[in-house]
Design a protein. Structure first.
Length: 83
């Protein structure tokens, strides 16, 4: 049940991002990224438990690039604060 709740968090985060037209402040983007990561981790756990390796691999791909995007935005945020 907890996995489905976390997937729900991801859906809400995605809907919020789309509602805002993809235009979020740095802090809100980090919040969006965390919501996406929670859902992706839950989906990864579920696909791993079900031994659905193709779905697990795809989920790992999306998780990796979500983490990468969050890190890039965080770096950009820190860089903009120092200038």
């Amino acid at each position: 049940m907890i996995l489905w709740i976390l997937v729900g968090v991801q859906l809400v985060a995605w809907g919020w991002f789309m509602y805002k037209g993809g235009m979020l402040s740095d802090k809100k983007f980090i919040l969006y990224t965390l919501g996406m990561l929670l859902g992706q981790l839950a989906t990864g756990v579920e696909t791993y438990q079900q031994q659905s390796w193709r779905a697990f691999t795809t989920q790992a791909y999306f998780l990796t690039f979500t983490i990468f995007g969050g890190i890039q935005r965080y770096r950009q945020m820190k860089k903009n604060r120092t200038t």
